[in-house]
Write a protein that binds this ligand. Structure first.
Ligand code: 5GP
Ligand code: ZN
Length: 115
């Protein structure tokens, strides 16, 4: 998708700190982290929002959870949050489906949680 910033990171057209990659999934650090660990886990296929998921996405959707689990283990997190914003009205800014993997100390106000 030409104007999609995450597709550009997949294509290495813009830089990103890549944490994981395979044929279907990419994970990279969020450019504006709100927690010690803030990694975006995305399908390589351009799926705009969770509203666009169909049955054919079952495998890749499952893989997103597995990759998040592996990354959390690598980061030494005992637990973590997987945050998904759905569409503009749901707070989604980048229209390429992504989970926010969040863990450790939060940097925003009221975010003293440690997971
Ligand atoms: P959303 O609000 O769509 O759920 O989250 C989009 C996330 O993408 C935000 O947390 C934002 O900081 C991150 N982001 C936006 N542009 C870039 C970019 O060019 N590179 C990286 N690594 N993260 C980005
Ligand atoms: Zn995209």
């Amino acid at each position: 998708m030409p104007d999609c910033v995450f597709c550009k990171i997949i294509a290495r057209e813009i830089p990103g700190t890549i944490r994981y990659e395979d044929a279907e999934v990419l994970a990279f650090d969020d450019i504006h982290p709100v927690a010690n660990t803030h990694i975006l886990v995305i399908p390589k296929e351009h799926i705009a929002t969770a509203k666009d998921l169909t049955e054919e996405h079952q495998t890749v959707l499952f893989k997103l959870f597995v990759v998040a689990k592996k990354l959390a283990q690598e980061q030494g997190l005992a637990g973590y949050k997987l945050h998904l914003n759905v569409d503009t009205a749901g707070g989604q800014d980048v229209m390429h489906l992504h989970f926010h993997l969040l863990g450790g100390e939060f940097k925003t106000s009221g975010g003293e949680t440690r997971v």
